[in-house]
Design a protein around this ligand. Sequence first.
Ligand code: NAP
Ligand code: HSE
Length: 428
Amino acid sequence: MPAPLRLGLAGLGTVGVGVIKIIQQHAAMIEMRAGRPIMITAVSARDPSKDRGVDLSGYAWESDPVALAMRDDVDVFVEVMGGHEGAAKAATEAALTAGKDVVTANKALLAHSGQDLAETAESLGRVIRFEAAVAGGIPVIKALTEGLAGNGMRRVMGVMNGTCNYILTRMESSGLPYDHVFEEARQLGYLEADPQLDVGGIDAGHKLSLLASIAFGTKVSFDAVELEGIGDVSIDDIRRAGDMGYRIKLLGVAQMTGRGLEQRMTPCLVPSDSPLGQLQGGTNMVVLEGDAVGQIVLRGPGAGEGPTASAVMGDVIDIARGLRLPTFGQPATTLADPVAARSAAPAAWYLRMTLQDKPGALAKIATALGEAGVSINRMRQYGHPGGDAPVLIVTHKATRDDMMHAIASFAATGVLVGNPVAIRIEEV
Ligand code: NAP
Ligand code: HSE
């Protein structure tokens, strides 16, 4: 009988407990599929007395995850503690040095230290797998590194933070403002301990930077991701964008342009009837575009015990089967240093502004746009009995620089009330 694959599981929270449940419920099935038994030998968490709702009696307890990572009876170190430094990083490094493979759900760790960890792993003949780190239960890392390996990737995009998508879709369906829905999300337990990781776009930015590395053969460059959260998205914009046939999503886009690698995680408008526009609640969606395959859309649960543990177990079973791939799909030492390009690809823009209701006001704005090289595609002015005029404009494609130049010149027209809002429209 083949030797069992022995796991050391660091972290007994949402994901760790999910992994234990799968292994305990499906041991026989997993053994058949993996070709050998998979068992947990030791676990680690902070509080040994906490009831976690699963039977831990068959596992050795290590209070120090670094000690767990180095145990002789551990073949694969499963890191589901979280945090981009501290215990998670120290234990992952210790595991690699001690000759263990690593499976992790930790996007923050890989976004910050992925290149170093991948180089260490590959120099020691070890593998690091991280399916659960991006889009939870959706097997997007596998799709990119294996199924689409023959494609030159053109673009990777998606909604990769379920909490933000929940907030935006709930604002639309309820008509409630951001602050109110944010509070609802907090009470439902959707927000990370530091909510800025979610609503500031940081968590989703981590995920995008990992996908970009695989897709474009570049070193992970999270610092180069253009990040903007959803905190400034107003209920007015959600409604007005809807009037023009769009929905607002916190959308990640990575593409290689003539000026370099563009990575954005920002609120964008997408057509309401597109797959991304239709995405409701906490679900994730990743769109992959390759030169041979065209466009692939992957949709599914991006978080939670079952979906995330499912992804961890997929990685563990691959290791048990003997699949050994470089962390980012090609040897880490061959990954290129990307040149960062900020919003290089031109796009159509949604503009919302309020104008004084006087002759020539709209003409002045149109002239300012024209002088900046921005062309109007569609326009709508709403009824405004006796008050200032709410105006929406959808432009033809323009670069971000031209758009920002136009907006800066609006001030000199003397007809603007308050600040205009500009949101990029992504072609999907
Ligand atoms: P969690 O519920 O907060 O659990 C974290 C676990 O790690 C807890 O059991 C905690 O111990 C343990 N831990 C933390 N610091 C430790 C330390 N220094 N030493 C030993 N144990 C320590 O977190 P989670 O939601 O399972 O997430 C785990 C990882 O998966 C994170 O990287 C997260 O980003 C990623 N992830 C999570 C989801 C999701 O849906 N939850 C989805 C995708 C990816 P105690 O229980 O004793 O406090
Ligand atoms: N906070 C993340 C989300 C959890 O809302 O999608 C999964 O990474």
